[in-house]
Design a binder for this molecule. Structure first.
Ligand code: TXA
Ligand code: MG
Length: 308
């Protein structure tokens, strides 16, 4: 693959123009969103979208999310379910992605040949500015090598894809820190969560009056059935081995110096060893989400053999 010198652009009018020119020429641009940084291309151009898969090393069977500046524009490319108005009023622009039936105007490469498409109206002001400059929507997965931890700042993108992306629009760290909630709304009167995220099941139920079903595979241990394409067994995965524990006492064998131990909140004891980290001061879930990928990336630097 051709190596390029990546432009790191602070957000201003000129940078938006540079990004817009690149995208109009079917090149890729890494963009900030409220969730994670995305790797964007013209969703209506097959050649441009193909570059996303090749730069990420992503298999063509894993479909992409298409981002629009408005619901009205998205509606031209889909068969609109009744519930969409309610959902869009409650949660868009924002970290919600919906799966709906697609029209032929969305190329097959975007949806991995499925007859459905994932759409999102993002809320990040810089991403919105860019979308509003363009006369096409943007297909954008997270801007990381396939399978690795998602990027929550421009440096993460540079670290993972640096010499393969012509430009990164740098708006600082993302505010939410984890990917959008994905729901399937193709069946009338039913809502199914395919990927949990910043917008909770309870919030969706409260706004729509519909009981939201979870993907049953979240609750199974071991081998899970893959319900949505791209919901693979390993995902968002650091190179260092990572094991989840419910209780500190379950850590066996007792952690050595080469083990990083990460807590949800600051442990309440006096002497905290140097291999102990925490995701929030007091267990606040928004703070945990915001710090999760950043902390895992920083611990994945070869210093540790294991992250617990
Ligand atoms: O927050 C986000 O959603 C970020 C930002 C950049 O918008 N994007 C993101 O995209 O997380 P990505 O490609 O990392 O994850 C998209 C996932 C796919 O892996 C797949 O599970 C699901 O969305 N998906 C996409 N299209 C689908 C479809 N037609 N049916 C079912 N699942 C689909
Ligand atoms: Mg991803």
């Amino acid at each position: 693959m051709k190596s390029v010198k990546t432009k790191l652009l602070k957000v201003d009018k000129t940078s938006i123009e540079v990004c817009s020119d690149l995208l109009n020429n079917n090149e890729l641009v890494a963009v900030p969103t409220e969730t994670v940084y995305g790797l964007a291309a013209n969703a209506l151009n097959v050649e441009a979208v193909r570059k996303i898969f090749s730069v990420k090393g992503r298999p063509l069977i894993d479909p992409l999310i298409t981002h629009f500046s408005s619901v009205a524009l998205a509606e031209k490319h889909i068969y609109k379910p009744k519930i969409l108005n309610q959902l869009s009023e409650a949660f868009w622009p924002g970290p919600l992605t919906v799966i709906v039936r697609k029209r032929n105007s969305i190329p097959d490469i975007v949806t991995a040949g499925l007859d459905s498409v994932a759409i999102r109206i993002p809320g990040h002001p810089a991403f919105r500015m860019l979308l509003e400059e363009l006369d096409f929507p943007l297909a954008a997965p997270s801007a990381n090598p396939f399978g690795y931890v998602s990027p929550t700042n421009a440096q993460h993108v540079l670290d993972g894809l640096g010499d393969r992306v012509p430009a990164i629009l740098d708006a600082g760290p993302t505010s939410l820190g984890i990917e959008s909630t994905i729901i399937d709304i193709r069946e009338e009167g039913a809502i199914k969560i395919l990927r949990p995220g910043p917008i909770s099941k309870e919030q969706i139920t409260e706004m729509t009056g519909i009981k939201v079903r979870s993907n049953p595979s979240f609750h199974k241990k071991g081998d899970v059935s893959i319900e949505a394409p791209g919901m693979l067994k390993t995902h968002y995965s650091p190179d260092t081995k990572l094991i989840l524990f419910e209780k500190y006492e379950d850590l066996r064998p007792s952690p050595t110096k080469k083990t990083a131990v990460v807590f949800q909140k600051c442990p309440s004891r006096e002497n905290i060893e140097s291999n102990v980290y925490w995701l929030s001061e007091n267990g606040d879930l928004d703070a945990i989400a915001q710090n999760l990928f950043r902390l895992i990336r920083s611990l994945d630097n070869g210093k540790y053999d294991l992250i617990c």
